[in-house]
Design a protein around this ligand. Sequence first.
Ligand SMILES: Cc1ncc(COP(=O)(O)O)c(C=O)c1O
Length: 387
Amino acid sequence: MDCNDLTLFITGPTYIRPDIRQAAALPEFGHRDTEAAVRFDTIFHGLRTLAGLGDDPASDGYHLALVPGSGSNALETLVRSLVDEEDTVLNISVGAFGDLFHNLAVFNGKKHVQHKVTPGRAMDLEVVEAILRTEAPAVVTMTHNETSTGVVHENIGQFCALARRYGALPLVDGVSIFGGVPVDLPAMGCAGYATATQKSLALPAGLGICFVSQDAVEKSQQVTNKGYVTDILRHLERAARHQTLSTPSTSLANQLAVQLEYILEEEGMSARFARHLRLRDQAHAFVAGLPGFELFAPQGHRSPTATAVQCPASMTAADLKAVKEAMRAKGYLFDTGYMKMNTALEAAGAPPVFRIGHMGDITEAMLGTFLETLAGVLQPFVRDAGP
Ligand SMILES: Cc1ncc(COP(=O)(O)O)c(C=O)c1O
């Protein structure tokens, strides 16, 4: 196969370190054999540790299931398993991935209410509270880190507490942030938290990762029509033995085990989280040095894993495609932004937004070189932006 080895600065899948690429070549194994435990004991321990949990679900009331597929499979499992036929689910959407959570409710025939926030803004807890009061949903969904706009909700714990005060189970999409920031599920109070391997964990896609609280498990025992591979209880039966319900990718399992050992024992979790904050600052300093370009997310809600940048008025989505090709020629995969959102922005007379993915195993040196190269490619547009 004649393929390019580009360094990915998109918002997932992300760059994979050479040793993690090589870990894919470790021996395949039978997923019901004792050899599986060599990988999956490490995986369950590592993921639980990253979520602020101990090894024993009985000690903190949180259960972990690995759902073959990707983040969407984990999110759909939460929706199918925790929203009952008569329930209403409230989807708070601050962008494309909030819309995805909503679509999962709609396409699974759940009664739904959607609250859409203008892309580029964050959720407002007062507005959410007013909706909770009037709609009385049984379940409410929220995005921890909205990848399409670079908006992070560090107040996700307050959101969960609010939802619970109104009797709703809070389900959180943490797909593009888990592994890049501290997550403490018992302190946050999520009923469900879903993520995936190909973002801040810096691995190929192939597994959805689902955490559920004890009260969510109890709720799920009452829910009907959960499907088979979308039934969290079936996943948890297997997870109790550190297995998956259906056959996982054994190469990904090898890589995940090696990567989790690296995160916990070599880099260290706090060093990893601190690096993500420095990468965010580095991206912000880059944007500050580009007259006419602006951070899309509001202050206080700027993601440590993905920075969204709004272009000057003179730039178009077509210009971003040209930037992408220029960056490809230099060995990089540049992220032209979320296409549907850019189409809508341009239709409204606003300039498009591109993204810089700085999650996973990207180092400051790597980001520095990438941004230097990007600054050169963007230079004609900076001049066009005028004073
Ligand atoms: C916040 C968020 N949620 C959900 C998804 C969908 O996840 P997947 O592509 O792993 O199915 C993505 C993917 O980019 C995402 O960024």
